[in-house]
Design a protein. Structure first.
Lengths: 84, 209
């Protein structure tokens, strides 16, 4: 899990162009949206694409997005549970 | 005669930034627009993280507006009295191509939402307007060659019909091998007459840079 979280940090920084940010700046427990990383709705779509492109996982129910993308940790847990 | 004046203009081209014809910043080592805009961003340090999410041409327009509006006090005007009227010849062609590249291969079909949202040049105007809280008119003309007449007429019409009182006008363009931004600020407080002849002459100052 630890390794996956570290990999996700790098992928998120690259995919979302968070150029002023280092992997260590991201707290895996912190919310990705709102007061945490401050991501927006376009970033949410990018995260959906990232899951599909890098991990082959499609989110079947868009309503689950809020739970899956709550934090880096919840995202990593979802990947671990759903990766084929 | 329209009582609209130009108070300041800015040119960004060839790894240089000029304000009112004077060199303000240069980075000879920057390769390409992406590197150069990062370099200008570090120089201006606006602390605006959304900058890094923009496509290259929006970054160029955003920075041209930053330079143009630096230390300019527009508090005498309400946000809906400030307009942005720009033009170029290439629209957002390079970003359009980036997007197209991501959807060419059916087996590797991953369009990026953050690339797609920038496939319209008026998004650049949106970025400038959000940053400076402008809520007036906005128009982006696509014309083969920069037309001072078109920009001057459109802005003068908006001014004469009381649609707006302050304007950021000009050109922001990017092609495969070149880029250029020329923007000016017009209001009732400038010192240069706002007309096509003057705009053309300020634009053509670049020949002497």
């Amino acid at each position: 899990m630890e390794e996956l979280i570290e990999k996700l940090k790098v992928q998120i920084i690259e995919q979302l162009n968070l150029e002023d940010m280092e992997p260590d700046d991201i707290n895996p427990e912190e919310p990705l949206f709102g007061e945490g990383l401050g991501l927006d709705s376009i970033d949410a779509l990018e995260l959906i694409v990232l899951l599909e492109k890098e991990y082959g996982i499609k989110i079947q129910n868009p309503k689950d997005g809020q739970k899956i993308f709550f934090s880096l940790k919840t995202m990593a847990e979802f990947i671990q549970e759903n990766q084929k | 005669m329209v009582d609209l004046k130009i108070s300041r203009y800015c040119h960004i081209m060839d790894n240089k930034v000029f304000v009112d014809g004077s060199l303000r910043f240069e980075d000879r080592d920057a390769i390409g627009l992406k590197q150069f805009t990062k370099s200008i961003y570090r120089f201006l340090a606006p602390s605006y993280n959304k900058f890094f999410k923009m496509d290259e041409i929006s970054r160029l327009g955003f920075l041209a507006a930053e330079v143009l509006l630096k230390d300019v006090d527009l508090t005498d005007y309400s946000s809906d009295e400030i307009s942005v009227i720009l033009s170029n010849s290439e629209s957002t062609l390079l970003t359009d191509q980036n997007h197209q590249d991501s959807i060419n291969d059916f087996d590797n079909f991953f369009p990026s939402p953050s690339v797609f949202v920038y496939t319209l040049p008026n998004i650049m105007i949106g970025e400038i307007s959000i940053r400076h809280k402008f809520q007036g008119e906005n128009t982006f003309f696509i014309v083969e060659n920069f037309s001072a007449d078109l920009i001057a007429n459109h802005i003068n019409n908006l001014f004469l019909t009381n649609k707006s009182k302050v304007f950021v006008g000009g050109l922001v363009n990017q092609s495969n091998d070149n880029y250029e931004a020329f923007v000016y600020l017009a209001s009732d407080k400038g010192h240069l007459q706002h007309n096509a002849l003057k705009i053309k002459s300020l634009y053509n100052n670049k020949i002497e840079y």
